[in-house]
Design a protein around this ligand. Structure first.
Ligand code: CAA
Length: 379
């Protein structure tokens, strides 16, 4: 592993930090309170190139590496984890999947607009009865010759109401089990496609998470990604990379909470000295900093392996497993360091604690990450 970041990578990190502190911080508490999707902020992120960072410039992307993406994700997530998940889903699930497996026509039609952030994408795998057990898709895509007839319901879809393009996994040949699943590109506005209720969430309340309903939606055959039956493999491959994004989000939530706890501990006095001078607090800071560094190393390791074209499935799962636990542990302790102030919204850490939880759930729960890691170890 090489931890000497290039000047370009450091410039991306600095640009993300500057943007997050100046543009995201001012409204983040209000957006969390009112569950407002950060429309203006996402537009600015698009203008800065954060929504299609790794896409080849010939498809309007930034042509950056995964390491730069991790560094940017950490800085954005330190301040606003809701903006970070919009960024993560668009970059690693939608743009990367289309660039890697889409046809030239699909890239021309969809990827070019997704990479600039002109439109957003969503990734639709989860269903009311298919979360961790993702092969048991109930949504169906009946083969009708020149099109598929799509029927079913998807749950907990990030960018559910703000996306224009939806990558929808659906079962075409149930007898083939997971090898019968297809991924279809569904456009907002296709007849029979309805955006369902918005979820009222514990955390990342600025991101819009919805259920989606499909009733006899006619999806042209040319909107299928890959060969017939490739949909589940597509979803798995895409999620492998997505997990680096969510690991970086978790890392950012943890390091953001740590920075606030460190600062507060040097300002707040109790029993005649700064609370950082009490071992009860300084040991918490030591644990936080150690775990955050370890999480960062795992994220960078996974990103470098991906950039080098090497196997990164285990590394990405390890990064997500560890970084999401670090996010949860660190934010709980950051609230504790802040005492009563930590329990009120103004000090940010209670929101970070709520935001941290989802990183142990989406894009594969911690239990699924352990399953993925164990299978890689034992194969
Ligand atoms: N990478 C590549 N291929 C994989 C893979 C991986 N990580 N995991 C499984 N596969 C392949 C297998 O090799 C197998 O292929 P073959 O048919 O060639 O043998 C095929 O997929 C089926 O896999 P399994 O036989 O292992 O199936 P399983 O049911 O035992 O386990 C699972 C599958 C790994 C548990 C999978 O269902 C899974 O990852 N579940 C979690 C789903 C998930 O992450 N959901 C997140 C939703 S998206 C989201 O959260 C986005 C958002 O909004 C932020």
């Amino acid at each position: 592993m090489n931890f000497n970041f290039t000047e370009e990578q450091l410039a991306v990190k600095e640009a993300a930090r500057e943007f997050a502190q100046s543009e995201l911080l001012p409204g983040v508490i209000d957006r969390d309170n009112s569950q407002t999707f950060p429309k203006e902020e996402i537009k600015k992120m698009a203008d800065l190139g954060f929504l299609g960072m790794m896409v080849d410039p010939k498809y309007n992307g930034g042509g950056m590496d995964t390491v730069s993406y991790v560094l940017a994700m950490e800085e954005i997530s330190k301040v606003d984890a809701s903006c970070a998940v919009v960024m993560s889903v668009n970059n690693s699930l939608v743009c990367w999947g289309l660039e890697k497996y889409g046809t030239e026509d699909q890239k021309e039609k969809y990827l070019k607009r997704l990479a600039t952030g002109e439109i957003l994408g969503a990734f639709c795998l989860s269903e009311p009865e298919a979360g961790s057990d993702a092969t048991s898709q109930h949504t169906t895509a009946e083969d009708k010759g020149d099109h598929y007839l799509l029927n079913g319901t998807k749950n907990w879809i990030t960018n559910g109401n703000s996306a224009s393009i939806y990558l929808v996994m659906a079962q075409t040949n149930p007898e083939k089990r997971h090898n019968g699943i297809n991924c279809l590109i569904v456009e907002r506005g296709m007849e029979g496609f309805v955006v369902g209720k918005k979820e009222d969430k514990l955390g990342i309340r600025g991101s819009d998470t919805h259920s989606l309903m499909f009733t006899d939606v006619k999806v042209p055959k040319e909107n299928r990604i890959g060969e017939d039956g490739f949909g589940f493999k597509f979803a798995m491959q895409v999620l492998n990379g997505g997990r680096i994004g969510i690991a970086s989000q978790a890392l950012g939530i943890a390091s953001g909470a740590y920075e606030l706890a460190l600062k507060y501990s040097k300002e707040r006095k109790a029993f005649g000295k700064e609370i950082s001078q009490h071992q009860g607090i300084s040991f918490k800071l030591a644990d936080m900093a150690t775990n955050i560094d370890a999480a960062r190393l795992l994220c960078i390791q996974a990103a470098q392996l991906k950039d080098q074209g090497k196997g990164f499935v285990k590394a990405a799962a390890m990064a997500k497993l560890f970084a999401s636990k670090t996010a949860m542990d660190t934010t709980i302790e950051a609230v504790q360091v802040h005492g009563g102030y930590g329990f009120v919204k103004e000090f940010h850490v209670e929101r970070m604690m709520r935001d941290a939880k989802i990183t142990q759930i989406y894009e594969g729960t911690s239990e699924i990450q352990k399953l993925v890691i164990a299978r890689e170890l034992l194969k």
